[in-house]
Design a protein around this ligand. Structure first.
Ligand SMILES: [Zn+2]
Length: 151
């Protein structure tokens, strides 16, 4: 199953039933150990005294969030998925933050049909094969119905 790549750090996609979600900017409800790199579900504040549940080291946990200036996560997996995709859909993003804003150009270079669904034109709207605008809660189901009818 192709992944759903999101810049969101909340778990709304999972709570809505989405499968194979890639959180390129991390996840608010997880802690990452800088010593062993393991992820742990974490729903409270992190303190220096907290030990990593995996390796036991204290003062090694940090939020599993990409801060400004850090590289987004899972880019290798995202570009691998782009290479296997036959459709690229960008939903609800400004198209101004890279590397995510560059995914459409990568998709086009691979010959993949590209769609933008957004509240308003994104900064890179001209790079998409098709665009449509409206609330995601309405525009996405309409688009999906059209895709299903045409396939
Ligand atoms: Zn650890």
């Amino acid at each position: 199953m192709n992944p759903l790549v999101t810049q969101n750090i909340d778990d709304l996609h999972e709570r809505a039933g989405s499968m194979n979600v890639i959180h390129m900017h991390g996840e608010l409800l997880k802690a990452r150990c800088v010593a062993c790199n393991r992820l742990t579900l974490w729903r409270r504040d992190i303190s220096a005294a907290d030990a990593c549940p995996a390796c036991g080291r204290a003062n090694a946990l940090r939020p599993h969030i990409v801060w400004f200036g850090e590289m987004p996560l899972y880019l290798k997996e995202i570009f691998a998925a782009l290479n296997e995709a036959d459709m690229f859909v960008s939903i609800g993003t400004s198209g101004s933050v890279y590397p995510a804003a560059g995914f459409v150009a990568e998709a086009r270079a691979l010959g993949i049909r590209t769609f933008e669904i957004n509240l308003e034109r994104s900064d890179n709207a001209d790079e998409f094969d098709e665009t449509r605008y409206g609330r995601a809660s309405e525009a996405v189901p309409d688009w999906v119905a059209e895709i299903l009818m045409s396939s």
